[in-house]
Design a protein around this ligand. Structure first.
Ligand code: PRP
Ligand code: ADE
Length: 176
């Protein structure tokens, strides 16, 4: 059941104090990928949640969002589009600078593949300060598409990232 699946994820996620900087407690999603039972549980939990959201496109954040997005796309039968750090995507792009828990970056999104009014689900591995997710929401909305939800596997609730977002937010495992 759901509680047992969430417990499997909690056991698989490894915590590293003071990485990549002093004071940051790093929650490593790759522990889930080393444990195939946990990975299946993660997929099940996401699919149960998104099945009725009527998603047209899944957008994933560079780089760990790329591990989550395509898993969901396969189940939904919908396309995956990447948001990448600046300078990686060819063609016409929109860009947005932001800060995150341990640094700063600029995101880009290819405009040619976004459709006005499309229902977009944005996915990432982890929601910390919400800086990355907020930039992603802004980029998608700039193209005229509609963000129906932001989904993160892990949420660091004490950093209050969801308060930065003016759209629904869902997370699977929370750490205070
Ligand atoms: C991490 C993580 C999220 C973001 C969350 O990515 O994967 O995308 O930080 O932090 P925030 O909520 O404070 O913005 P990172 O920029 O380290 O890149 P990576 O996925 O390439 O490791
Ligand atoms: N991205 C931003 N903050 C993070 C954290 N504490 N652990 C893992 N990824 C992160």
């Amino acid at each position: 059941n759901k509680t047992e699946k969430i417990q499997l994820l909690r056991k698989a996620i490894v915590t590293y104090p003071n990485f990549p900087k002093p004071g940051v407690t790093f929650r490593d999603i790759f522990g889930i990928f080393r444990d195939i039972t946990a990975l299946r549980a993660m997929k099940d939990l996401i699919v149960e949640h998104i099945l009725f959201l009527e998603v047209d496109v899944v957008v994933g954040l560079d780089s760990r969002g790329f591990l989550v997005g395509p898993l969901i796309c396969m189940e939904l039968g919908k396309p995956f589009l990447p948001i990448r750090k600046k300078g990686k995507l060819p063609g016409k792009v929109v860009e947005h600078a932001f800060s995150l828990e341990y640094g700063e970056a600029t995101f880009e999104l290819q405009t040619d593949f976004m459709k006005k009014g499309a229902r977009v689900l944005i996915v990432d591995d982890l929601l910390a300060t919400g800086g990355s997710m907020r930039a992603a929401v802004d980029l998608v909305q700039l193209t005229g598409s509609k963000v129906i939800e932001c989904l993160a596997i892990i949420e660091l609730t004490t950093l209050k990232g969801r308060e930065k977002l003016n759209v629904p937010v869902h997370s699977v495992v929370q750490y205070g």
